[in-house]
Design a binder for this molecule. Sequence first.
Ligand code: AMP
Length: 144
Amino acid sequence: MSLSGPYDPGNIFAKILRGEAPCFKLYEDAFVLSFMDVFPQSKGHALVVPKAVAARTLLDLPPDHLGPLFAGVQIVARAVEKALRPDGIRLAQFNGAPAGQTVFHVHVHVIPIYEGRALVGHGAAGMANKDELAALAERIAAAV
Ligand code: AMP
């Protein structure tokens, strides 16, 4: 998938946003939904997804959604910091398959970094244990 092209409403994040697929929810407001990445690169890897837009990449996102998206990112990053006390937090955002994008609804990764613990590569992680994800989601959501 290149940078340009039609938005596919069948993508997994669109299904999550419509309530047709499950997620481990962390935070929601009028503009964003945040949930756990089920193939986490580190403990507490979260995603923030803009709602009510058919945007494949950041390039497609209406400018008036940019501020609310990154306000949501900050809320979630602060909650991750409070709940899990990582040593750092990396934000990542991929546009187009050659850049590493695998789900074609624009989103931002919030990836906690723990000193001395190697980060799993993007797209290289296995599926996390559902009970562990649920427990982490509960801690992060409670810290929002
Ligand atoms: P990207 O590669 O930047 O498009 O990121 C997509 C992310 O979505 C990857 O980190 C995947 O692990 C994650 N992912 C894929 N399917 C799901 C899902 N059903 N629930 C939560 N995260 C998912």
